[in-house]
Ligand binder design. Sequence first.
Ligand code: SAM
Length: 308
Amino acid sequence: MIESFCMQYVELVQGLYQKPARISPKFFYDAKGSALFEDITRLQAYYPTRTEQSILAANAPEIARAVGANRTVIELGAGNCQKAIVLCESIHPAYFLAVDISEEFLHDAVATMRLSFPNMEIQAIAADLTSDIVLPPSLPTARRLVFYPGSSIGNFDPSQALALLSRMRGLLADDGALLIGVDLVKSETVLNAAYDDDEGVTAAFNLNVLDHVNRLIGSDFDTRQWQHRAFFNAEQSRVEMHLEARADLLVRWHDGSRRFSEGERIHTENSYKYRVEDFVDLLGRAGLTRTQVWTDEQAWFAVVLARP
Ligand SMILES: C[S@@+](CC[C@H](N)C(=O)[O-])C[C@H]1O[C@@H](n2cnc3c(N)ncnc32)[C@H](O)[C@@H]1O
């Protein structure tokens, strides 16, 4: 516990000293950040959640046939487990394990899941996927299905994504599989609106990271002095989120400080958008092949099944 706190402290402070400063998107998810993310998923402009859910629902029988029975489902970055509920209703797994960094929110989500599936063995662990993924020793090794929805893979740059996919592959025996959601390249207007909604919900989500960081490292960020910026970077095929200083500022924390000039930014998130063939290629490089792909009518989002 203390070790993980120290690692978070060092990671955050190192990020704040970088030029430009960075805060990893995993720090969005304290209890308030998780609740704000749920609010984002209900926005008209935020298409990924409803599009992925509609793909899972519309193709449920085919996905169930492809996945097969008696799976042990491991959902990574589970959030509210809503997509897992849709999946589990059609594949009836024997075991379900939810993994997420946002501990309190995860335990509430899993309690709801237990009500929906009283006969399923359900466990939850709070863990950071950017470290080694340590699963409970009691979890069956046969017929695992790693489920990673939400296009969370897009938060990692391609080399980090390859490393994470390889670690997921490492959780699977030869009869294992990965079911993963991936957001696809589309019109810049649609992408910009999804990450910079008129209601200001994504702005509140982005700014909340500063309150979380204040609690973690004793810093004195004042959210009123920062503004949300989000835009599609076509060259890198990613939406970027930043926090921009509204004035010249000095931010202090326990054992350090940093000056920010007006207009200077802290980079808080990347959300890479893939072409299906590029993502299938990335999976192949992680040792995951024999892919099946389901998309929506507009080809905005893909759900991909891959096997070792
Ligand atoms: C974009 S949300 C997706 C939530 C849900 N899976 C969905 O599809 O709606 C990302 C989820 O991953 C979790 N998360 C983010 N970074 C993480 C990390 N490094 N380790 C574990 N969980 C993480 C967050 O707490 C959040 O629940």
